[in-house]
Design a protein around this ligand. Structure first.
Ligand code: TYD
Length: 142
């Protein structure tokens, strides 16, 4: 599995840092939704699902956390610890977010609006879905 991390360009000067993210330029899809998680309780594991269609870029804009990616064949853990790095998470990818620092703010840029019918929340159903949809492989599925 190829992990796709984006390194965003900070516009830094003696006042500090600024990052700007534009759809199609910095984020590889049209951004239809942004959401973020904060005040995550210690030792909590979030996620535990995949999406049939949704693509996302995850940015830990403050603090740190880890993301476990699982394409049904292979698993990888990716640490997000810098506000200038973004992790691309394709559809057909089981994800778990964990090891949140107390101050972590995890921001997600999503290619679709919220749609519960796009979620696969059962792991066995996910394995069946990826077996039946091999043609929908995206760049970080290797
Ligand atoms: P949930 O799917 O449990 O989050 P996670 O993937 O981090 O485990 O979502 C938590 C709640 O927020 C749930 O009631 C659904 C709601 N929600 C929205 O209303 N819109 C959204 O864009 C998202 C991601 C969640």
């Amino acid at each position: 599995m190829q992990v796709v991390k984006y390194m965003f360009q900070p516009h830094g000067d003696d006042r500090g840092q600024l990052i700007s993210l534009e759809e199609y330029n910095d984020i590889p899809f049209r951004i239809k939704r942004v959401y973020y998680m904060y005040d995550t309780v210690a030792d909590v594991v979030r996620g535990h699902h995949a999406h049939k269609k949704l693509q996302q870029i995850l940015v830990c804009v403050h603090g740190s956390c880890k993301i476990r990616l699982d394409n049904g064949k292979e698993k990888k853990v990716v640490a997000l610890e810098k506000p200038y790095e973004g992790l691309y998470v394709s559809n057909n990818m089981w994800r778990e977010m964990f090891d949140f620092s107390e101050d972590a703010v995890l921001m997600v840029f999503a290619s679709e609006v919220y749609d519960e019918s796009d979620y696969i929340r059962d792991y066995d159903e996910f394995l069946k879905f990826v077996r039946e949809h091999p043609e929908e492989k995206k760049e970080n599925e290797g």
